[in-house]
Every structure is written in structure tokens, then in C-alpha cells.
Design a protein around this ligand. Structure first.
Ligand code: FE2
Length: 286
């Protein structure tokens, strides 16, 4: 059976892609952020996942405001990137796992999540930058299943719904008969706002609350409405929906193995975290 080994969550600001392309790993501005991945690399060298389910939001490369699914799941054999206009190099493609994708899609629809299914799907910087951060200077060594969550065009799904989506995916993976080691990736956030009167807004106290609560009490965060979240975390801070879905998919005993929080990267509060998922004897998926 498939095993969920844990999750990695990270910010996905486009300027990180430029810093990666220019190898600014030791640059004084960038080093506090890139050094936050040293633990991620050592953890993955021990855990050796086969597949990553990536919760992210599309920024207009694959979906646009005219057609924007609340939840979409990739079911392709390969996911390409294209020029998004940020001035960063086009990423290599990421390999897919269509069998696992269809298992997840079937399970989600049976579980009353009526997702959009995508047999062709471009992945944007919200997927490619985290993959490049997690596996620097190497071809991506895992297959991916991208799961898009709308954090762009209101109305957005609730934090409760994103957590439930993740839990449904966690249950589906644990019923998958292949012997795969599966990791979760959640991308985006933390607090930031790109436009309007509050452009540049960051809320360090709220970010800390989120990073604390997501480990043991993710339900506590579901009391915030999306409008509350915009007020506390900024208009783009709602990308935390991707972190909530990632956390929901961790079905066992969850421990924060690593946290790096750094302000600012561009105009964003940047965070990177690793969560382990330990299955207790006799435990069934929550
Ligand atoms: Fe974003």
C-alpha cells in the first residue's frame, strides 16, 4: 500500500526563480531563505519519496479568470512549464503519475469533491519553484500529481474545505494498492499583499499563529472566513489554503520537524516547513 511520509510547505514568489537561475544561494539577501532548505534536502535524502502531491494555485498560466476551477487535479503523464512573463527561465517538465491521479480523482468524486480533471495541464511557478528548491540542480526525482486550489478569483473555498480536500486525498492515497512513498507539498504564502492601499502588508504575529496551529490544531484555523484571512494575512495570504490541504493529507501523528521563517522575500513573509507523518500501530486514516 502507499505510504504518506510527510509534507513540505514553502513560499513560491517568482523572484526566487530568478535567484535560483543566478545561483544566489550565498547572497546575503537570499541566504537566510535558501539555508532553510538544508534540512529539507537531508530529510528527503533519508525518506526517498516516489511521488509528490503538490497543492498550489495557478497564477494565469493554465487557468485564467474566465475559467477558474475551485479544485482541479492533474492526470497527465507530463507537466510542462511555459514563460509566465516574470523573466525567469522556463523550467524543465515534471513527470506525472496518471494511475495515481485517476485513483485520487475517482476517490475525490466518490467523496463528493467534484473536481475538474486535467489530462493536459501547464504548471506555473507555484509548482516549479518549490520543486527546484526541494531538488536543486537535479532532474526532478519524483512523479507529481498537481492539485490546483483557487486562491485568486473570489469566491474562494473555505479553509475548512481545503482541509477536508486534503483529508480526502490522504484517505485515497492510503487505499492505493501500489507500494509508493508519497509526500505532500503545499506552496504559497505566508502573509503578503501585492496591490491596493495595503501593498507590502505582512503580519508576523498571524503567520506565527498559523505555523503553530497547523501542526496540532489545523481545525482552529478553520474558524477564520476567507475575508477574515484577507484582513489578517493580506489579499494573497489566502494561498495558505494550499498549506491547509497539504496538512489535511497528513493522516497520522504529525510533527513539525523543521521551520524557517524569514521576512522579507520580495514583499512576502517567506516560510518553509517540514512535517513528518507517523502512522501509529492500528491507526486508520482520519
Ligand atoms: Fe502566488
Amino acid at each position: 500500500m502507499a505510504t504518506i511520509i510527510g509534507g513540505v510547505a514553502t513560499t513560491h514568489v517568482p523572484s526566487i526563480g530568478k535567484a535560483i537561475a543566478e545561483k544566489k544561494y550565498k547572497d546575503p539577501y537570499w541566504r537566510p531563505f535558501f539555508d532553510g532548505f538544508n534540512y529539507v534536502h537531508s530529510w528527503l535524502s533519508r525518506e526517498k519519496p516516489d511521488v509528490a502531491v503538490v497543492f498550489y494555485n495557478d497564477h494565469g498560466l493554465n487557468f485564467f479568470l474566465d475559467k477558474l476551477p475551485t479544485f482541479a487535479v492533474g492526470a497527465a503523464a507530463e507537466y510542462r512549464n511555459e514563460d509566465e512573463g516574470w523573466g525567469i527561465p522556463v523550467s524543465q517538465s515534471a513527470p506525472g503519475d496518471p494511475d495515481l491521479s485517476w485513483h485520487l480523482i475517482n476517490s475525490l468524486v466518490a467523496d463528493e469533491f467534484d473536481v475538474t480533471m486535467c489530462q493536459e495541464m501547464l504548471i506555473d511557478h507555484a509548482v516549479t519553484i518549490p520543486l527546484q528548491l526541494i531538488w536543486p540542480d537535479q532532474a526532478f526525482p519524483v512523479k507529481i500529481v498537481p492539485v490546483e486550489i483557487n486562491t485568486v478569483q473570489h469566491p474562494l473555498p473555505s479553509l475548512k474545505r481545503a482541509l477536508a480536500l486534503g483529508r480526502s486525498i490522504g484517505r485515497a492515497i492510503e487505499s492505493y494498492p501500489k507500494n509508493l512513498r508519497v509526500m505532500m507539498i503545499g506552496t504559497g504564502g505566508l502573509s503578503h499583499q501585492l496591490d491596493g492601499k495595503r501593498a507590502g502588508f505582512i503580519n508576523k504575529e498571524f503567520d506565527k499563529l498559523c505555523l503553530d496551529k497547523i501542526v496540532d490544531e489545523p481545525e482552529a484555523l478553520t474558524r477564520y472566513s476567507i475575508h477574515d484571512w484577507v484582513a489578517e494575512s493580506g489579499a494573497q495570504g489566502v494561498e495558505f489554503l494550499n498549506w491547509m490541504a497539504m496538512r489535511g493529507a497528513l493522516t497520522g501523528r504529525v510533527r513539525e520537524a523543521h521551520r524557517n521563517y524569514h521576512i522579507p522575500i520580495s514583499n512576502t513573509a517567506a516560510a518553509t516547513a517540514v512535517y513528518t507523518n507517523e502512522k501509529e500501530v492500528g491507526q486508520k486514516a482520519a
